[in-house]
Design a protein around this ligand. Structure first.
Ligand SMILES: [Zn+2]
Length: 380
């Protein structure tokens, strides 16, 4: 079987759509007006991905406030926030360029999603002629909605975590029921968990093991056959062409991450200084048998945060090097991250989000061609 390839999920929202999100926040347009533009951008994303030959497509997350907040708010500014949440939660991340992203704060129970990702899958399946995947958010991210200190009166942390795991399980199951062939779980908080950033207290609380345990509580509800198609995505962040945790030694995460009983991993690598070391670590720590499923390592061969387009030759060479460390039957190719995980993303290094959409398609084409060339050379 040729080396499989898969995108993470998001694409930059067209500038017109980004402005419409703002217009909704400002009360200038209705939710229905915004949805019409989301649908238009989603269709364009799917058609363009299919034109590159991407075997499994997404809508580029055009209908989502962000990869992390789609279940609980319609916009990043908090328009359409779910029940029992307030806008003033803790930072999720402070990025290297100085900007930050903040989470809502849970004020009481019960915790319930207002939007499940299967809504997007249903719509996308009506448009797509290729298979459809969906990215969903990990429980380990949303556990940060609960205040770091103390307990909410009448809604214990344990009860919240139990409710959260139920919602994430439902999110994944409904995506498959709606026709997704793959569901990947975004786990960008994994590497950040070892950052010890004094400005962002949760990153100094040594939470990586808690994250992994919580994610496994959800993964363990699925059979090995189901987990073959449930992935984990890791990266050092990707927003406004900046990162939040690239300086954290990767081995701290990679030595633990494969304890999650996922069937595949979408692993940032192209932007690392020492890519071969990352292949080696993935070869060392990924498991042939994770409770009944072999873990496939999709290595990042494309950097979505730079406008320079990788060549197919580069992609091929990266994968050939990776194959020296990772068994080829457990090797795949991906992009380092989604191209725009948050709805408001001006892609400053690219100059504009519209241009960044064009660049994304060129990069994806290079990944597809380079992966094909590597498969041919490896004889798979
Ligand atoms: Zn990412």
């Amino acid at each position: 079987m040729p080396i499989p390839t898969e995108l993470v999920g998001s694409l930059p929202r067209p500038e017109k759509l980004q402005n419409a999100y703002q217009d909704l926040d400002d009360g200038k347009i209705t939710w229905e007006d915004l949805q019409a533009l989301q649908d238009e951008a989603a269709e364009d994303s799917i058609k363009r991905l299919e034109a590159t030959g991407e075997p499994i497509v997404t809508d580029g997350e055009q209908r989502e406030s962000s990869f992390a907040t789609y279940p609980i708010t319609d916009t990043l500014a908090g328009t359409g926030l779910a029940d029992n949440l307030a806008g003033d939660g803790q930072f999720f991340a402070i990025f290297d360029d100085g900007h930050h992203r903040q989470l809502p704060r849970l004020t009481g129970g019960p915790f319930r999603y207002k939007t499940f990702a299967s809504e997007f899958v249903e719509k996308n399946r009506k448009i797509a002629t290729h298979d459809v995947k969906q990215a969903v958010i990990a429980p380990s991210m949303l556990m940060l909605l609960y205040p770091l200190e103390g307990e909410i009166e009448g809604y214990s942390r344990d009860q919240f975590l139990a409710d959260l795991c139920d919602e994430v399980e439902k999110d994944i199951r409904q995506c498959f029921a709606a026709g997704a062939v793959r569901v990947s779980v975004d786990f960008t908080e994994g590497r950040l968990a070892n950052k010890n950033d004094a400005r962002n207290p949760w990153t100094g609380r040594n939470m990586l093991q808690d994250f992994i345990d919580l994610n496994n509580q959800v993964f363990d509800r699925f059979s090995p056959e189901e987990r073959r198609n449930i992935g984990i995505h890791t990266c050092p962040g990707g927003d406004n062409d900046s990162v939040h945790s690239k300086e954290v030694p990767y081995e701290k995460l990679l030595s633990k991450m494969f304890d999650i009983n996922a069937g595949y991993f979408l692993i940032q690598c192209a932007s690392e200084e020492d890519k071969e070391e990352v292949y080696r670590l993935c070869g060392k720590y990924s498991r042939e048998d994770a409770n009944g499923v072999a873990q496939v390592c999709f290595m990042g061969v494309i950097n979505p945060l730079t406008p320079e387009v990788e060549t197919a030759e580069q992609v091929k060479n990266d994968l050939l090097t990776a194959a020296k460390h990772i068994p080829v039957e457990r090797l795949g190719a991906t992009d380092d991250c989604g191209f725009s995980p948050f709805s408001r993303d001006l892609k400053p290094k690219h100059g504009s989000p519209d241009f960044a959409r064009d660049v994304a398609m060129q990069k994806i084409s290079a990944r597809l061609e380079g992966t094909r060339m590597a498969s041919e050379e490896l004889g798979v």
